[in-house]
Design a protein around this ligand. Structure first.
Ligand code: SF4
Ligand code: SF4
Length: 295
């Protein structure tokens, strides 16, 4: 079987279970020409698969669950922990493959890939990298998790690789309050989302960014500014629409942590952010400080 025929056979096996789970965007790309991009974590296994002529099946999982009048948590973290949900989805999608391809390797990755997920998704024909650094998939936008399954099967892209569709738009750059978006990508040292995830004591400037942003976790300003994210459809993936918690407080934090994606960073980081936001509210007063209550 040629790689092209192999790819068609694999797509025929996975598309049914994927559609049943609400997954409509999946594509394939060979690993070989990505070897220069390897990150340090788990790069040995990726290198082995690349040298064996292996591939990645890249899957997009939309997470938009609707708008909320009050919110201090990034949209992607509102529902159930996406690490667990995505792993379950990848396992179900690959079940027919495992049954049909005995002895082959299928390794799922969610936020732990030795390869940059956005780059994989671009090469698999699923979208392009926007100026905000996220993957933009036509018809879906950028509010989707990118995850993948690496395999020793030789597979080829069966979707055309898309040109960058940002054109002359600069809305995300204009929306970013800290200048974190540059031509080279996201400067994580300046990004409020990254700062809310930082462990330990924050510098005065970083603490000020948390206070001004008012988010205990994340920052959606560049995502929300993007025209590709206008009027999004709510996700068809149940666990991303259920158990939604738009406002994190000192009171609900401990009860939420076991089921949320931000738990991996630890309670202290979230508590620190809530304290900074609460102090800001006390300083400027409820009326002037925004709409978040209960912090
Ligand atoms: S998440 Fe916020 S701070 Fe980070 S790049 Fe986007 S707009 Fe800027
Ligand atoms: S806001 Fe405009 S420039 Fe930024 S990622 Fe979206 S389309 Fe591209």
């Amino acid at each position: 079987m040629t790689p092209r025929e192999q790819t068609r056979a694999v797509r025929a096996l996975v598309e049914g279970p994927a559609a049943d789970l609400g997954v409509r965007h999946l594509g394939f790309c060979p690993l070989g020409d990505l070897s220069g991009l390897l990150r340090s974590r788990r790069q040995g296994v990726a290198r082995q698969l690349a040298e064996a002529g292996g591939s990645a099946m890249v899957v997009l999982l939309p997470y938009y669950a609707g708008d909320f009048p009050e919110r201090n948590v990034a949209r992607y973290a509102l529902g159930q922990d996406y690490h667990r949900v995505a792993m379950e989805i990848l396992s179900k999608i690959t079940a027919p493959l495992r049954a049909a391809c005995d002895g082959r390797v299928f390794l799922p990755f969610v936020d732990s890939s030795p390869l940059p997920e956005v780059e994989l998704a671009v090469r698999a024909g699923l979208g392009f990298r926007g100026r905000h650094g996220q993957l933009i998939a036509p018809g879906l936008g950028s509010m989707a998790f990118v995850c993948e399954v690496m395999t020793d099967l030789p597979l080829e892209p069966d979707l055309p690789v898309l040109e960058n569709g940002c054109g002359g738009c600069r809305r995300c750059l204009a929306a970013c309050p800290t200048g974190a978006l540059t031509a080279e990508g996201v400067n994580t040292a300046l990004c409020r989302s990254h700062i809310t995830q930082k462990k330990g004591e924050l510098t005065p400037w970083e603490a000020r960014q948390v206070a001004l942003g008012g988010f205990a976790w994340g920052c959606d300003l560049c995502t929300d500014a993007c025209p590709y994210n206008r009027g999004p459809e709510p996700t068809p993936i149940g666990p991303f629409r259920e158990d939604l918690t738009p406002v994190l407080t000192r009171e609900n934090l401990d009860g939420l942590l076991p089921g949320k994606s931000y738990a991996w960073r630890g309670r202290d980081v979230l508590l620190r952010n809530l304290t900074i936001i609460g102090e800001e509210r006390d300083r400027v007063g409820d009326t002037a400080s925004g709409t978040i209550s209960g912090i």
